[in-house]
Design a protein around this ligand. Structure first.
Ligand SMILES: Cc1cc2nc3c(=O)[nH]c(=O)nc-3n(C[C@H](O)[C@H](O)[C@H](O)COP(=O)(O)OP(=O)(O)OC[C@H]3O[C@@H](n4cnc5c(N)ncnc54)[C@H](O)[C@@H]3O)c2cc1C
Length: 637
């Protein structure tokens, strides 16, 4: 199928308005005739459910957690971008658009990114109206701080808990719709598959995680908001339940998967400190507003940080990138930290860490001011490491954090399956090969509050629907498949735990498909993943039964998908013979060791189509056309 992104014509600034006018509408009284399923209750799913229900659609919403407000979005710390230009420092919609395109290393769609920048401002108004307690400056205006890849301050924040506050806003709106009977909420459900009838997404099969029952739910459209797949690496900053299952199983039903190799390794995380760890903790990028990153100049210098004089420190980001300094984008900061550690200049017991130092900021602004801005992050750091970051620098190292790849969607956020929409981190849409800090919350809320309410209506108004109920043969078949898969997992009865195999997968990906990649390593990874997948299906052990609460079974299903998906990531990385953003192939770098793109051959979105079990998937290429921004070598110097 040729990929049609359905980008509206006309000048970029008018495309969205024009599209809004051209989209078909549904009469308010008719909206209640349509059922919409929303899977996921993070910022994307929570905002979409509330807004669609408010419009009058009948919404059914599903999530894994016991409450919608425990979605992974709650963990977001640093802030949300918008081009309000409150600090009067030169920001504009155009600048946010440009920074995002450049930050993504020119691998995202201009039209989508421009729309995102336009919508960023109403998001803030909407959230303020909901009562989100954004930080304010002395005069009462909303305060802003800076994030990576920008020279203006455009990030709105609520201390280090912005995601929590925004999610509480979306959750409140959702709760109101639940109370009014417009949303039926199904917590503790895991979507196991999509039901497709006549080429249209018409429902889902879920497992009730408390009693193990499989359930069928029919609708006229399905909206996936199931988050990112960073946990393929086992250790990541994502919530434990984050997974690729819903997205991957819809991929197997015909939705294309775009740019799976575009993963983001965040530069400032608490380093790994033991073999029994199950999660990594982010130290928000906002800390780089005041924290200075450094390592000792001499690799043999093992003195405590405070005994190393200024002249013997290497502030490598400030030196190499004087314009952006410590606030270079994440891919650049991570690669540089790794490079320092590879040269033997890493600090701490493992040598896999660099310092993030607040001494100068505390001296300049006082401890009280720093505590006001970052107090909860400092407390978190101290609880984990036992070290006081007011007294000694934090030790930080890059960790898996976000995934730019996801299901391919057009301008309407619809996948290659009619009626299957994908939003938030689960889609590939706006961040290209590297996401800028504070732009994920912006995208999730743009998708949920401001885009899907219109585009889903356009689809429903123009589509024909057969009568489909959960008794339809397609539902039966999908449920049978899901049940057989669960039975198969329970019957293996091998010797290795799911976590054990997942950890081995994580090492393969971390060693061979990480911040920098080589073709040789990627080939090696592919072989190892295939072997590990075979071992999983022969030797995994899943205790308990399928008729009950069984977290081992849940995990087994997710890890089985990760084992297939990981190969797709590696394949995508192998196919993209260039470096861009988070995808750094060592064979393609500039003299200054920066990512070197090949615009002539790779200026496209790679969208993968499932071709059958153990068969090589087909790649489709959506060319990226730049009419408003000139393609150039990214520079933050
Ligand atoms: C520690 C941390 C800090 C961050 N800080 C920031 C920040 O400051 N600014 C910023 O812009 N971004 C930040 N991000 C990124 C941002 O938080 C995420 O990209 C964003 O919240 C994702 O939202 P989402 O709605 O797409 O998905 P999520 O919030 O991940 O929600 C996914 C939902 O899908 C459900 N789900 C998943 N699979 C299934 C299934 N099979 N069946 C049923 N339900 C399912 C889950 O239960 C959940 O409800 C941060 C990320 C992390 C990890």
């Amino acid at each position: 199928m040729p990929l049609d992104a359905k980008i509206p014509g006309g000048p970029i600034a008018g495309k969205w308005d024009r599209h809004l006018f051209e989209l078909k509408l549904i009469n308010p009284a008719n909206k209640r005739k349509y059922d919409i399923i929303v899977v996921g209750t993070g910022l994307a799913g929570g905002s979409a459910s509330a807004t669609l229900a408010q419009l009058g659609y009948k919404v059914k919403t599903f999530c894994i957690q016991d409450s919608p407000r425990r979605a992974h979005s709650i963990a977001a710390q640093g802030g949300i971008n918008a081009a309000k230009n409150y600090p009067n420092d030169g920001d504009s919609i155009w600048r946010l658009f440009y920074d995002t395109i450049k930050g993504g290393d020119f691998r995202s769609r201009e039209a989508n990114v421009y729309r995102l920048a336009q919508i960023s401002n109403p998001i803030i108004d909407h959230c303020v109206a909901q009562g989100i307690p954004f930080a304010r400056d002395y005069g009462g205006l909303l305060a802003n701080r800076s994030f990576g890849g920008a020279q203006v301050s455009r990030t709105f924040y609520a201390r280090g808990q912005t995601g929590q506050q925004l999610l509480l806003g979306a959750y409140s709106a959702l709760s109101r719709q639940i109370a009014d009977g417009n949303v039926q909420m199904f917590p503790r459900r895991e979507m196991l598959d999509l039901v497709v009838v006549n080429g249209q997404a018409r429902g889902i099969v879920v497992r009730n995680l408390i009693n193990g029952q499989l359930e069928r739910h029919a609708a006229h459209a399905v909206v996936l908001c199931t988050g990112g797949y960073g946990n393929v690496f086992f250790l990541s900053t994502n919530a434990m339940a984050s997974n690729v299952t819903a997205a991957f199983r819809t991929y197997k039903k015909g939705a294309y998967f775009a740019n799976p190799c575009f993963t983001q390794i965040h530069p400032t995380c608490v380093p790994v400190h033991g073999a029994y760890q199950s999660k990594l903790t982010l130290m928000s990028e906002s800390l780089r507003n005041d924290g200075r990153v450094w390592v000792p100049k001499d690799p043999d210098d093992k003195r405590p940080s405070r005994q190393i004089p200024e002249s013997e420190r290497d502030y490598f980001l400030e030196e190499k990138y004087p314009s952006f300094g410590n606030l270079v984008p994440r891919d650049v900061a991570s690669r540089n930290a790794k490079e320092q550690c590879d040269m033997g200049k890493g600090v701490g017991e493992t040598g896999l860490a660099v310092y993030l130092d607040f001494a100068d900021a505390i001296k300049r602004d006082t401890r009280a001011v720093i505590a006001k801005k970052y107090g909860n992050l400092f407390q978190m750091y101290e609880k984990i490491t036992g070290e006081d970051p007011y007294e000694r620098p934090m030790r930080i190292y890059p960790a898996v954090h976000y995934t730019m790849g996801g299901l391919w969607v057009d301008y309407n956020l619809m996948s290659t399956i009619d009626g299957l929409f994908v939003m938030g981190e689960a889609n590939f849409s706006d961040h290209g090969a590297n996401r800028l800090g504070a732009s994920a919350l912006m995208q999730g809320l743009a998708d949920g509050y401001f885009i899907i309410p219109y585009t889903v209506g356009g689809y429903l108004a123009g589509a024909q629907f057969a009568d489909v109920t959960p008794d339809h043969a397609a539902f039966k078949e999908t449920e049978n498949d899901a049940q057989s898969r669960l039975d198969k997992l329970l019957a293996i009865n091998g010797k290795r735990t799911v976590d054990d195999i997942h950890k081995e997968l994580s090492l393969i990906l971390w060693d061979y498909c990480n911040m920098s990649r080589t073709n040789e390593d990627l080939e090696k990874a592919r072989n190892l993943i295939q072997q590990l997948r075979a071992e999983f299906w022969e030797n995994v052990t899943v205790p308990g039964s399928g008729k009950d609460f069984n977290q081992s079974l849940e995990k087994a299903g997710r890890v089985a998908d990760f084992l297939e998906f990981a190969e797709l990531m590696v394949l995508d990385a192998l196919a993209r013979q260039e470096s861009c953003g988070g995808h750094f192939n060592e064979a393609y770098q500039t003299e200054a060791h920066e990512a070197k793109r090949d615009d002539e051959n790779f200026c496209y979105v790679a969208a993968w189509e499932f071709a059958g079990k153990e068969k090589e998937p087909h790649v489709h290429k959506e060319p990226l056309v730049f009419e408003n921004v000139e393609l150039s070598q990214r520079s933050y110097k």
